[in-house]
Ligand binder design. Structure first.
Ligand SMILES: NC(=O)C1=CN([C@@H]2O[C@H](COP(=O)(O)OP(=O)(O)OC[C@H]3O[C@@H](n4cnc5c(N)ncnc54)[C@H](OP(=O)(O)O)[C@@H]3O)[C@@H](O)[C@H]2O)C=CC1
Ligand SMILES: O=C(O)C1=N[C@H](C(=O)O)C[C@H](O)C1
Length: 265
């Protein structure tokens, strides 16, 4: 039996690709999309989709749930909206697969508790690309030997959140194994605010936003007379689709919240 999927953010850069991915997947059925504004009755009315995509569009989540009964809710929207909707999905016993970034630690903890109470799967993935997951794992390993590290994440200039979810996740993974260390000169001063980037447990995260970029990150490790650079590049959003399809299938088998694909690949 196919997995019934609903998607929020279907008009967006990631959502559009995700719609095609689910529509083409033989084990999945796209039963609905959720938008916050009136865009038509079905996806077939939007010019970026084929006229065969007669998937109903809803603006009311409760109605979407009642009428289409999805198993999985994929969220690819924006940081202002995602926490409440993920919570709502869990309360309706629908399994969230969330690519949207920008959760606070408190929000993640609350959702983790809720998924545990409900005994249903929820996957929150700051990055769906396999290469990015490996980049984070390798960076975690390297930081055991190189405690001086700076993260440079580079994205397109339409991105709303900074630092990126991947940048924060990388810093979190590194801080699980790295000996606490305040980097740089103890007396350093910024003559221009923000010059040293965002602080995360003594590490620095720098966010670059430029047209032409998609999603890129390098993690720099400095040692005596040497520099190690671990880098990943997503050149297009196809890089994330294998991860989304994997998560939609995987979340059906889980009974708790998973934050980061490194925990399940
Ligand atoms: N985990 C991962 O691997 C990846 C995660 N992302 C994340 O995914 C999210 C989306 O990225 P991207 O596709 O580039 O962004 P886009 O801005 O291209 O797409 C977001 C879409 O969501 C819509 N939207 C906004 N608010 C709502 C709402 N309340 N309900 C339904 N739809 C809504 C937007 O509409 P409108 O334009 O009208 O506001 C837009 O169509 C971001 O948080 C990004 O960081 C991105 C790439 C990979
Ligand atoms: O907004 C994006 O584009 C991306 N967002 C995610 C993040 O914040 O890390 C994943 C990827 O970097 C692309």
């Amino acid at each position: 039996m196919s997995i019934k999927v609903a998607i929020a953010g279907a008009r967006g850069k990631m959502g559009t690709e995700a719609v095609h991915t689910v529509m083409k997947h033989e084990a999945m059925e796209l039963v609905a999309v959720l938008d916050y504004k009136e865009i038509g009755t079905t996806l077939a009315e939007l010019e970026q989709f084929p006229t065969t995509y007669e998937v109903p569009v809803y603006t009311d989540f409760a109605r979407l749930v009642a009428e289409t009964k999805p198993d999985v809710f994929v969220d690819l929207t924006n940081p202002h909206f995602v926490y409440e909707r993920t919570k709502e999905a869990l309360l309706h016993n629908i399994r969230p697969v969330v690519g949207t970034t920008g959760f606070t630690n408190e929000q993640l903890q609350e959702l983790q508790d809720l998924a545990k109470d409900k005994k249903i799967g929820c996957i929150i993935a700051p990055n769906f690309a396999i290469g990015a997951i490996l980049m984070m794992k390798f960076a975690k390993e390297a930081s055991k030997y190189f405690p001086d590290v700076e993260i440079i994440e580079m994205h397109h200039d339409q991105k709303l959140d900074a630092p990126s979810g991947t940048g924060i996740k990388t810093a979190q993974m590194i801080s699980e194994v790295r000996n606490a260390k305040q980097q740089g000169h103890p007396d350093e001063q910024e003559t221009h605010t923000g010059a040293r980037g965002a602080e995360y447990e003594g590490m620095r995260i720098h966010s670059v936003r430029l047209p032409g970029l998609v999603a890129h990150q390098q993690v720099l490790f400095g040692g005596t007379g040497e520099l190690l650079t671990i880098r990943h590049d997503s050149y297009n959003r196809g890089s994330f689709m294998g991860g989304i399809a994997f998560c939609v299938e995987e979340v059906m088998k889980r009974e708790s919240l998973i934050y980061g694909l490194e925990n399940i690949i």
